[in-house]
Design a binder for this molecule. Sequence first.
Ligand SMILES: [Zn+2]
Length: 272
Amino acid sequence: MFFIDSHCHLDVTHIGAPFVPQDIENLTELIVQRAFEANVKYMLNIGTKLSDIERLRDISDRYENIFRTVGIHPLEAKYHTDNYKDDEILRIINENCVKKVVGIGEIGLDYHYDEEHKTEQQKLFHLQMELAQQHNLPVSIHSRDAFDDTVEILTTYPKVKGVMHCFSGSREFAKQVLDFGYYVSISGIVTYKKATELQDVVKYVPLDRLLIETDSPFLAPVPHRGKMNEPAFVTLVAEKIAELRETTVDAIATATSENFFNLFSLAQNFVK
Ligand SMILES: [Zn+2]
């Protein structure tokens, strides 16, 4: 039995989050070490912009159990459409769909923090869904306050499979996502007292469609809320899910790990 963090950001000191200590040398190494000690055996390190590709590649080169994705986050859409031509974006991502890149992401729509740039976000979302389809790669989707538009775009690419990362929607949205063949990934938000709607979703999603994640360094679960999150804490997410579903942590760890390798199937090639 082991855990897999299906969505984390390991280039922590580059993220610019106030709760990430900048004065600790080798912070990524420490975090990865603590994850392995906590029985988090594999991690999927998620790309958010073209400029992080190299850093993520270096991390994956250093540790055999760290996979990665390549992609442009919706909150980076405006910057990338301003600074790159479409074919340049396509070329860079295409060139980097190699080695331990097991998916495209994170991609999607965020109208919560950036309603002004819906057009740019939708354009890049489409562009990257097309790429995922061409490469037959699964996608990690970020969707915030944009459920209808997200579903509409996903429907355009019925062959692409993926995960709704850091799920925060209603049971109805979960149903749509599941009907569509996608996985639902649960983050530390599930441990927050007020997250009753998400706790309800956790009980509803079939076990063979659940993934767990930290989205670290963000969204630290209770009792670390407000501090830096890290992949080791994905165990707390699994514990909460087990409690809600009245099952064992072992059962959640085993199922979510199996689901991870089903979705991000290229990762199987790197397992010894
Ligand atoms: Zn993320």
